[in-house]
Design a protein around this ligand. Structure first.
Ligand code: PLP
Ligand code: COI
Length: 336
């Protein structure tokens, strides 16, 4: 397969197969591979009317040794179950989820970017209510689809620092709402915010907590972290999605000698950080070069707007594990 692997963006590309399983009459159907890119959906499906839908995102990497590694699919399985539970959808069993991921990656093996291109295969599971309801009730039928797409960097900046703007005009998620799960609605609710930020020249926004606007929440669709005085500091709140990248970085940060603090982080601390970054599957780490606060007209600049030493160290460590260049001491990779 010859693609321009080095110049891939982050987007959808048709591949050979996606895989599907329905939840019907209380059981999941045997997963089936298909080349069909569309679904035939009931007009009263709860996914369309009442937001019964959640998704996941993970990646497969072709390693230095030619092997294919899928990063922590068990964690995505658990998070999808947590999303499903909150939205009162059927919860796909962890084993079934992992088997489906493995099967769809294998079926699309020719789309896994070669080692050394910096690209990877993005895996997108989506779960939704496919059964009809008109009353506001959970569906009786669900569909889990997993498709894949080869991807390059999420931000056009790649690993270069991004400029972020604080958004006090919109909330991504309510304090006791759906921020902790990967509900599609959270992303619909964030579109206006990221569009406005883009128009002002910022690739990402920094959300503050919805109740008081006092604490740092997330950086767009990524977790926020910062480095100060030998510490890796990351906000903790019910309205933040528990990022698997952040979970991994916390482990690596500790191993590299940083003290990890996961706690409520006040926005006033923005003036004290040495480095800041956004982390997630899509971007891995995006160093944050600066944060603009429109309320005070002040810009906080980190490491002179360059990617800082800790962001680099953490990024390279995680990538090395994902590409099989360094030992996977925690058993994070599922080898195909
Ligand atoms: N926060 C939000 C809102 C996200 O959508 C994502 C992406 O999945 C993340 C954080 C990062 O999570 P992960 O590292 O598991 O991809
Ligand atoms: C992430 O992987 O970090 C994301 O936020 C994915 C995004 C496309 C929803």
């Amino acid at each position: 397969m010859e693609l321009d692997w080095k110049n891939l963006g982050f987007g959808y590309m048709k591949t050979d197969y996606n895989i599907r399983s329905y939840y019907r009459d209380g059981a999941w159907t045997t997963p089936v591979l298909t080349s069909d890119e569309t679904v035939n959906l009931h007009i009263a499906a709860t996914a369309l009317h009442y937001g019964q839908n959640a998704f996941e995102g993970l990646k497969a990497f072709r390693g230095a040794d030619g092997k294919v590694r899928i990063f922590r699919p068990d964690e995505n399985a658990k998070r999808l179950r947590s999303s499903a539970s909150y939205l009162r959808m059927a919860e796909p069993p962890v084993e079934m989820f992992i088997d489906m991921v493995r099967e769809v990656v294998k079926a699309n093996e020719r789309y896994i970017p070669p080692y050394g291109t910096g690209a990877s295969l993005y895996i997108r599971p989506v779960l939704f209510g496919s059964g009809p309801q008109v009353g506001v009730k959970p569906a009786d039928e669900y569909l889990l689809i997993i498709f894949v797409s080869p991807v390059g960097p999420y931000y056009k900046e790649g690993f270069n620092p991004i400029k972020v703007i604080i958004d006090r005009d919109h909330d991504r998620a309510a304090p006791l709402g759906t921020g902790h799960i990967k509900a599609g609605g959270n992303y619909g609710a964030s579109l206006i915010s990221s569009e406005e930020a883009h128009h002002k020249g910022y690739p990402s926004v920094l959300y503050l907590d919805a109740r008081e606007k006092k604490y740092i929440d997330e950086s767009g669709a990524a977790n926020f972290f910062a480095i100060r005085d030998g510490k890796y500091i990351t906000p903790k709140s019910h309205s933040i999605l528990p990022s698997i990248t952040n979970l991994s970085l916390m482990t690596l940060a500790e191993e590299l000698g940083l003290k990890v603090e996961a706690r409520p982080v006040e926005a006033t601390e923005l003036s004290t950080f040495e480095e800041a970054g956004a982390c997630g599957t899509a971007a891995v780490i995006s160093p944050i070069g600066s944060v603009f606060d429109p309320e005070t007209n002040h810009t906080y600049v980190y490491n002179n707007g360059e990617s800082g030493p800790w962001c680099q160290k953490l990024y390279h460590k995680l990538r090395a594990i994902q590409y099989g260049e360094e030992p996977d001491n925690h058993g994070w990779n599922l080898i195909l």
